[in-house]
Write a new protein. Structure first.
Lengths: 588, 365
C-alpha cells in the first residue's frame, strides 16, 4: 500500500460525510475492511467480554510503516486515493480516511503493526483521539487493532445501543457478510472465547458451508453469467430453501456488501412463481463490474450503491438466477443438487400453418417446437437473459426445465398424491399442484397465441356480473375462453366457458376473473387470472386418477418450463431419496 | 331366521344389492345389507340413502322367517369363497351364522329396526309399465350426463312421459342427448332421475328381456325389473330448456356418412390428443370430411368419404364428445347437421329413430 497522505480539502468535501461508527458492528466492519484492503489472507475477529469490552481485529496484511502510523489516525488521511479523480474509480473498500480517527475518537485503540521484511514493528495507543503512547514494539507481520471502552466518552451514543445480545447479532451478521464478500480470505470470528465460524478462504461454496452449514449449502444452485463487461456469480437457494425473512440475502458489488432494491427485485422476478407469497429466497451473489460504472460514494456507510446502467445490471442478475433455477439442475425437494441428465425428447416442429395453429390449450402448438425453447420465442414468456437490451447470449435458452427426472408411476396415494419411482428414490407428485402447473403453462401458451379455447354451451346461462362492465370486458374475457354478453343491469349471458371446465366451476372462475380484470392494468393481472384459471380447472384432491391419466399427467409436468412448483409456488413434486429411506429404516 | 339357499343364488342377490352399498360411509349401518327370509324366498336390500336396490331370490327352504343386518362386503366375500352348494344361515337380528360343508362363520351387525328405510317404498305415485326398449332409451342418453357434483342437475336424466310418449334427455351443459319413444303407458309423469340409478336399471335390463314397471312420485322413482327393485330420490331443480337449443331450421351444412368410418377417423385423430380436452377439427366441403388434429407428437389429417350438402365449414370439437354421440347412434349411417362454427352439431341416425344428440363446438383462436 502506498503512503498515507492527507486529502486535499476539495476531495474531502466530495466524500460522503457522516457518522462512520454507530455501533460495535460498524467498528468491526471498518477494521476488517482495512484488513482486506491491506491484502490480508487471514483475518481474525475476537470479541471478548459480555458487552463489547474488547474488539480485536488481526490481519496478516501489508502493515503500516512507522512513519505513517500517526497519520493513519488523522482525519481524511488515506493511502487509497489521492485526488478527486480517484473517487470515480474506487477499487478499495476504504477511501475516506475516516474510519480509524472516528473509532479512536470514541474509544481506546491500540494498534500494533509490522510491515513484511521489517525487523521490528511499532505500537500506538490513541484514546479519545489523543495519542497516549507511540513506540517501537515487536509485532507479527500485519496489523492488530484492539478497541477498548467503545463509546466511553459518548454516553448518549452508548445509551442508544440495543441490548448486547442484539448488538452481537449485528456484529456476527456484519462479519458473515464480510466473509462472504471475500471468500478468498480466511475469516475467523471468535466470540466470548468460542469460535463462531471460520471460513477456509478457498472460495464461496466453502465459505457458505462454513457460515450456514451443509444443509443450506446442499440446497443451492450455482449462478453464473457474464455480459457486457459485467459478471454475476454466486449461489441461489432452491425453492425448498425459501425463508421467512430477507436476512439470508447477500448482494456484493465489487466485493462490497450492499443493499439494492432494484437488484433484489430482479432476483425475486427470476424466482417468479417458484416463490410462495411472503417468502424470501436465499442468495449470495457477487457482481463484478468496472468500478467506474458504479458509485459507492453515496452514503458514509457505503451500503448504498448506484449503477450507471441499472437496467442492464438487473437484467443480467435476473437472467442468471432464472437460468440457474430453471436450468439443468432439478429443483425437487429431497433430491441432491447433482445434475440429472435431461431425458426429454425434442420433436421437430412441423409447419402446417393455418388451421392447426389454433387448437386450444390441449393443442399446445408451442410444445411442438424444440422443447421449451420454442415456447419461449413465441410464448411471450420472458427470455432467459437481458430483456430488450438482449446482450446476454441466448444459446442456453433451451435449458429451461431440463433436469426433470424420468419418473415411473407406481400408485395413487389418497387424497392427492401420485407415487413414482425415479433416479434418486421415491417421488411424490401432488396431482392438483402438478395439474395446476401444467394448465397454467398450457393456458398461458394458448393466451400468448391469442386465447384459450372456449366450449360453447347447450343453453346460455344467465350470470350475475356485479359492478363489472361486461360489454367492456367481453373482448378480454373471450381470450380466457368465456363468451359473455351483456344481459341487463348487473347480469350477463354466458355462452361459452374455458375448455376443460365444468359449467359450475367456470362460473366460480368468472367471478374471480371479473375481479382480477377489474383490477386495472397491472402486469401481474394476467398471471393472477391465469393462475385462477388453472386452479379452477385442475383436478381436485380426492379424485383418484386412473393409471393412464396419472402417467399422462407426469409426462405433461415434465414437459413444463417450470415443472417444480405450482403457480402459487408450492412444490409439485417431492422426493424421498434412497439415502433418506435407508436412514429411516435404520440401515445406515 | 333360519334358511338354506344355494351359494349361487345368495351370491347373485348380494352382487346386485352391493351396487347400492357404499364401501365406506359415516353411517356404518349403510355399509350393511338387510337379509330377510320370507315365504320361500330371500329378500336382500342395500342402500346408500340416495338409492336403494332390493333383490329377491328363491331359498331352498325357509325354516324360520326373520331378518338380520350384517356387513355387506364381508358377507359377499365369504359367500363368494365358499364352494358351490348349499349354505345354511341362521340369524338372530344382530348377527348371523353361515354354515357350509366343513365350516361356519359368524358375522355380527346391527339391529334390523335400525336399517335405513327408504320412503319411496311407501309412497304411491304414478305407476306404469315400459317395454324392454327402455334400455335403448337409457343407452342413448346416459353418456351425456355430467359428473359435475357442483351442479347435481347435470348428473341427472330428465324423464318425461306424456300422451304415451317417453322422452329422456341428459346434458352436461356442453352436449345433449335425447331419446323419444312411443309407449303404451297412459300415465304421465316427469322428474330428474340420477344417472347413477338409471345405469343400474340399464344393467338389470341387460340381463333380461322383461318389462319394467315404473313408479314416479314427486320426490322419488322406483323401477322394478323381474326380481330386482330400484328406488331412487329425484334430483330437484330446473332442467335446462334443451328444446330451445335444438335448431328448428334445416342445418347449414348436412353431412351423411358411415358411422364406423367417421368414428375410426376421429379415434385415429385422438391418438395424438394431448391434454385434458382432445380437440379435433372437422372441415366439411363437397364430398369430403377432413378430420384434423395436432399436438406435441405430430399432426393428423384424414379425409373421410361422405355426402355433404350446404355451406363449407371448419369447426372444432372436443373429440370425446363427438365420439360419445356417434357411438351411441345405432345403425350404419349417421346424419350430422352443422350450423356454422359456433352453432351446435346435430347428430341423428336413420337407423335409430327417436335419437338426437347435440354437441357444441369449441371456439378456437
Ligand atoms: N489493517 C491495516 N493494514 C494496513 N494499513 C492500514 C490498516 N488499517 C488502516 N491502514 C492504513 O490506514 C489508513 C487509514 O485507515 P482508515 O480506515 O481510517 O481510512 P481508509 O481505509 O483509507 O478509508 P475509510 O475511511 O473509507 O475506511 C488507510 O488508508 C491505510 O493506509
Ligand atoms: Mg478503512
Amino acid at each position: 500500500m502506498g503512503r498515507i497522505k492527507v486529502l486535499d480539502p476539495e476531495t474531502v468535501n466530495l466524500v460522503a460525510a457522516g457518522e462512520v461508527v454507530e455501533r460495535p458492528a460498524s467498528v468491526v466492519k471498518e477494521l476488517v475492511e482495512n484488513a482486506f484492503d491491506a491484502g490480508a489472507t487471514l483475518v481474525e475477529v475476537v470479541v471478548a467480554g459480555k458487552g463489547p469490552e474488547t474488539i480485536t481485529v488481526a490481519d496478516n496484511g501489508c502493515g503500516i510503516a512507522e512513519e505513517d502510523l500517526l497519520l493513519a489516525f488523522e482525519r481524511h488521511a488515506t493511502s487509497k486515493i489521492s485526488s478527486s479523480a480517484d473517487l470515480e474509480r474506487i477499487e478499495t473498500l476504504g477511501f475516506r480516511g475516516e474510519a480509524l480517527p472516528s473509532i479512536a475518537a470514541v474509544s481506546r485503540v491500540t494498534l500494533k503493526t509490522r510491515v513484511p521484511g521489517a525487523l521490528g514493528g511499532s505500537l500506538v495507543v490513541v484514546e479519545g483521539g489523543r495519542v497516549v503512547d507511540f513506540r517501537p514494539a515487536g509485532a507479527p507481520q500485519g496489523t492488530t487493532v484492539t478497541v477498548d471502552d467503545l463509546f466511553y466518552n459518548t454516553p448518549a451514543r452508548r445509551k442508544f445501543l440495543a441490548s448486547w445480545r442484539t448488538e452481537s447479532a449485528y456484529l456476527t451478521d456484519a462479519v458473515t457478510r464480510l466473509a462472504l464478500a471475500r471468500p478468498d480470505v480466511s475469516v475467523r470470528l471468535v466470540h466470548g472465547g468460542r469460535e463462531v465460524f471460520r471460513t477456509p478462504g478457498t472460495g464461496l461454496a466453502a465459505a457458505i458451508t462454513a457460515l450456514y452449514g451443509e444443509t443450506v449449502a446442499g440446497a443451492l444452485v450455482p449462478v453464473r453469467a457474464e455480459a457486457g463487461g459485467m459478471k454475476v456469480e454466486g449461489f441461489a437457494g432452491r425453492p425448498a430453501l425459501v425463508r421467512t425473512t430477507r436476512r439470508w440475502q447477500t448482494l456484493l458489488v465489487n466485493g462490497r456488501y450492499v443493499k439494492h432494491a432494484g437488484l433484489t427485485a430482479a432476483v425475486y422476478e427470476a424466482y417468479g412463481t417458484l416463490l410462495p407469497s411472503g417468502k424470501h429466497p436465499f442468495f449470495v451473489l457477487h457482481l463484478t463490474l468496472d468500478p467506474g460504472a458504479v458509485d459507492v460514494n453515496v452514503h458514509p456507510q457505503k451500503l448504498t450503491v448506484r449503477f450507471d446502467r441499472e437496467r442492464e445490471v438487473a437484467g443480467l442478475v435476473r437472467g442468471a438466477v432464472k437460468q440457474a433455477l430453471f436450468g439443468r439442475l432439478n429443483l425437487i425437494p429431497g433430491t441432491s443438487s447433482s445434475p440429472v441428465p435431461p431425458v426429454r425428447k425434442v420433436f421437430p416442429r412441423p409447419d402446417w400453418g393455418g388451421v392447426l395453429q389454433r387448437l386450444g390449450p390441449s393443442g399446445d402448438v408451442e410444445g411442438t417446437g424444440t422443447g421449451r425453447a420454442a415456447g419461449k420465442e413465441t410464448g411471450g414468456g420472458e427470455p432467459v437473459g437481458l430483456d430488450k437490451t438482449g446482450f446476454l447470449v441466448r444459446e442456453e435458452a433451451a435449458a429451461y426445465g431440463e433436469g426433470f427426472p424420468p419418473l415411473t408411476y407406481l400408485s395413487f396415494l389418497p387424497p392427492s398424491y401420485l407415487l413414482a419411482s425415479g433416479p434418486e428414490g421415491l417421488y411424490l407428485v401432488d396431482q392438483h399442484a402438478a395439474h395446476e402447473r401444467v394448465l397454467f403453462e398450457e393456458y398461458g401458451a394458448a393466451l400468448a397465441r391469442g386465447g384459450v379455447a372456449g366450449q360453447l354451451l347447450v343453453e346460455p346461462v344467465p350470470v350475475e356480473s356485479g359492478a363489472a362492465d361486461v360489454s367492456a370486458l367481453a373482448g378480454e374475457l373471450a381470450r380466457y375462453g368465456f363468451v359473455v354478453e351483456p344481459f341487463g343491469e348487473g347480469a350477463a349471458l354466458l355462452r361459452a366457458v374455458p375448455v376443460g371446465l365444468g359449467l359450475e366451476r367456470a362460473r366460480l372462475l368468472l367471478d374471480d376473473l371479473l375481479s382480477c380484470l377489474a383490477a386495472g392494468d397491472s402486469p401481474a393481472r394476467e398471471e393472477a387470472a391465469l393462475a385462477s384459471l388453472a386452479c379452477h380447472s385442475a383436478v381436485r384432491a380426492g379424485e383418484p386418477p386412473d393409471a393412464r391419466e396419472a402417467v399422462a399427467l407426469i409426462k405433461r409436468l415434465a414437459a413444463c418450463r417450470e415443472p417444480f412448483t405450482c403457480p402459487h409456488g408450492r412444490p409439485t413434486v417431492v422426493c424421498f431419496s434412497r439415502a433418506e429411506l435407508a436412514r429411516r429404516f435404520g440401515r445406515r | 331366521m333360519q334358511f338354506i339357499a344355494t351359494r349361487n343364488n345368495l351370491l347373485t342377490a348380494l352382487n346386485t344389492v352391493l351396487r347400492a352399498v357404499p364401501s365406506r360411509s359415516p353411517l356404518e349401518i349403510a355399509t350393511c345389507v338387510l337379509v330377510r327370509a320370507e315365504g320361500n324366498r330371500l329378500k336382500l336390500t342395500g342402500t346408500d340413502l340416495e338409492m336403494m336396490i332390493r333383490c329377491w331370490v328363491p331359498a331352498i327352504e325357509v325354516n324360520r322367517e326373520g331378518e338380520a343386518v350384517v356387513p355387506a362386503r364381508q358377507l359377499s366375500e365369504i359367500v363368494r369363497r365358499v364352494p358351490e352348494g348349499k349354505i345354511e344361515v341362521e340369524g338372530t337380528g344382530r348377527s348371523i351364522t353361515l354354515m357350509y360343508p366343513g365350516g361356519e362363520m359368524k358375522l355380527s351387525g346391527f339391529a334390523p329396526e335400525e336399517f335405513p328405510s327408504f320412503a319411496a317404498e311407501d309412497e304411491t305415485g304414478e305407476g306404469f309399465t315400459l317395454g324392454g326398449s327402455l334400455r335403448v332409451a337409457l343407452r342413448s342418453v346416459l353418456y351425456a350426463a355430467g359428473k359435475d357434483d357442483l351442479r347435481p342437475i347435470f348428473t341427472g336424466v330428465q324423464f318425461e312421459l306424456q300422451n304415451g310418449v317417453l322422452t329422456v334427455a341428459a346434458t352436461d351443459a356442453h352436449r345433449l342427448a335425447v331419446f323419444e319413444m312411443a309407449t303404451d303407458a297412459a300415465a304421465s309423469c316427469s322428474g330428474i332421475v340420477p344417472a347413477k340409478a338409471l345405469r343400474e336399471v340399464e344393467r338389470s335390463l341387460s340381463q333380461t328381456e322383461e318389462q319394467v314397471s315404473v313408479n314416479f312420485s314427486s320426490s322419488q322413482a322406483a323401477f322394478a325389473v323381474s326380481d330386482v327393485e330400484l328406488y331412487t330420490r329425484l334430483i330437484e331443480g330446473r332442467f335446462p330448456e334443451w328444446r330451445q337449443a335444438v335448431p328448428q331450421n334445416p342445418p347449414r351444412t348436412l353431412i351423411r356418412g358411415e358411422i364406423g368410418a367417421i368414428i375410426s377417423a376421429i379415434e385415429r385423430a385422438q391418438v395424438l390428443a394431448y391434454g385434458d380436452t382432445p380437440s379435433v377439427i372437422l372441415k366439411a366441403s363437397g364430398a369430403s370430411l377432413v378430420v384434423l388434429s395436432q399436438s406435441d407428437m405430430g399432426e393428423f389429417r384424414e379425409t373421410v368419404a361422405v355426402d355433404c350438402e350446404g355451406e363449407e365449414v371448419e369447426i372444432a370439437f372436443n373429440a370425446n364428445y363427438l365420439l360419445d354421440a356417434l357411438r351411441a347412434t345405432v345403425g350404419d349411417s349417421v346424419e350430422m347437421g352443422l350450423n356454422g362454427n359456433i352453432g351446435p352439431a346435430v347428430i341423428r341416425g336413420p337407423g335409430h329413430p327417436g335419437y338426437l344428440a347435440l354437441v357444441l363446438p369449441l371456439r378456437l383462436f
